[in-house]
Design a protein around this ligand. Structure first.
Ligand code: AMP
Ligand code: GLY
Length: 424
């Protein structure tokens, strides 16, 4: 079958790598893709939010399945766009419609959904400019630190963890009164801080049935020892040692089942991935956030652990018979180390020539922010390459991924050498 992936990052590279291994995938297209995705399929020069161009391409190329990587086209309604068109509605889209994508698109929506469905999450209330005074008062009742979250999508920057009351008061005012994060912060969730260790759990659902994909841990800070600024993610490992059978049983019973059942009960159609950002608080799972897509760089560690044909799983979602599809997971350990641009997550310069990818020995190199210029692979983003390996145990995986990442060179190249070592 002909499959179209929407997106251009490391996550989409990992999807393309996995789908290209399926005998059922005859033609694979990636829109827009990057310098690396061309080795698994054909790149198509269309932007992820250009629904008309995507729809036209799907019709002209007999696309039979669309897999949406990033959240933005989902929140903006790419799935709804297909369903609303007579000719497109027969092409299954993997990724929820705009309503379900609100689980990520609106922090307030997701918190209210959790409260309604008894899903464990931190106490919170949502405020607007009209209720700023109540918000300032509520913030002081939650103890410190206190968490402020812009309601809408803010390119991963909309969450502030305030360590003093003064900071919380100033920041809440800036968000609501001065539109610190634009329209995204016209509503702000004021939330209790959760102490614990984070992990990402991924669920695939057809709206009725679900499968829990391999869980992963993401390393968000730029600096070693988890210090410095937040990034899109500097590396990941899967499985996560502390997510043992007992913890995952709690996650399934208290979070996954009520989430899928809640969507059903509230008549919210949902075909796609649910990324559950969890805090393990002394062995008890608490939901920090939902995303309506897979994680990046988690997908780079999750895909290599899936032994089943990924096309079968996607078709199970599309055809609402995911219960009949087998999900086989490798018990090996995958580790991903992200090579990023010098200066990232602050300012950085694109267009640096990349060398050494061919010297990598025991890892797959998933391109994230790369481009081809005069047949040369160059940097084109903050997160440049994801170096992923799969090995018998965590220690070996971390060693190989780090050693291989060091074989890559471009001006300013940086990666964390400590990804996953806290778990050993
Ligand atoms: P988000 O943008 O929702 O992914 O949040 C960014 C990060 O902020 C999360 O990955 C957590 O590390 C942190 N965070 C968000 N909410 C809380 C909370 N209630 N308690 C502690 N940390 C939080
Ligand atoms: N790695 C976190 C995310 O994809 O949002």
């Amino acid at each position: 079958m002909n499959i179209l992936i929407i997106g251009s990052g490391g996550r989409e590279s990992a999807f393309a790598w996995k789908l290209s291994q399926s005998p059922k995938c005859s033609n694979l297209f990636i829109a827009p893709g990057n310098a690396g995705t061309g080795q698994y399929g054909t790149n198509v020069d269309i932007k992820v939010n250009d629904f008309k161009a995507i729809g036209d391409f799907a019709l002209n190329n007999a696309i039979e399945l669309v897999l949406v990587g990033p959240e933005e086209p989902l929140v903006k309604g790419i799935h709804d766009y297909f369903l609303a068109d007579e000719k497109l509605k027969g092409i299954p889209v993997i990724g929820p419609q705009a309503e379900g994508a609100q689980l990520e698109g609106s922090k307030d929506f997701s918190k209210q959904f959790m409260f309604r469905n008894g899903i464990p999450t931190a106490a919170s209330k949502t405020f607007t400019i009209d209720t700023l005074q109540e918000g300032l008062a509520y913030a002081t009742t939650l103890g410190l630190p206190v968490v402020l979250k812009a309601d809408g999508l803010a390119a991963g920057k909309g969450v502030l963890i305030c360590t003093t009351n003064e900071e919380a008061q100033t920041e809440l005012t800036l968000m609501l009164k001065d539109a610190k994060f634009g329209a995204a912060s016209s509503s702000v969730v004021v939330e209790q801080f959760l102490q614990g260790i984070e992990l990402s759990v991924f669920v695939m659902t057809d709206g009725k049935n679900y499968k829990i994909l391999p869980e992963a841990k993401d390393y968000k800070r730029i600096g070693e020892g988890d210090t410095g600024l937040n990034t899109g993610g500097m590396g990941s490992v899967s499985p996560v040692p502390f997510a043992d059978a007992e913890f995952m049983r709690k996650v399934e019973e208290r979070v996954v089942i009520p989430t899928v059942e809640g969507l059903k009960k509230e008549n919210i159609p949902y075909k796609g991935f649910i990324f559950i950002g969890l805090m393990n608080c002394n062995g008890e799972p608490q939901v920090i956030e939902y995303n309506c897509r897979m994680g990046d760089p988690e997908t780079e560690s999750v895909m290599p652990r899936i032994e089943s044909d990924f096309v079968d799983l996607l078709l199970g979602v599309a055809n609402e018979n995911l219960d009949t599809v087998e999900l086989k997971i490798s018990n090996k350990t995958a580790a991903t180390v992200m090579c990023v641009a010098g200066g990232y997550p602050g300012d950085y310069v694109n267009g640096k020539a990349i060398s050494g990818i061919d010297n990598v020995r025991d890892s797959i190199v998933f391109h994230a922010g790369t481009m081809l210029e005069n047949d040369e692979v160059k940097t084109a983003g903050g997160r440049v390459l994801a170096v992923t390996t799969i090995q018998d145990n965590l220690f070996e995986a971390l060693q190989h991924a780090t050693t291989d990442a060091a074989r890559i060179y471009y001006d300013g190249v940086y990666f964390r050498k400590d990804i996953g070592f806290d778990l050993i």
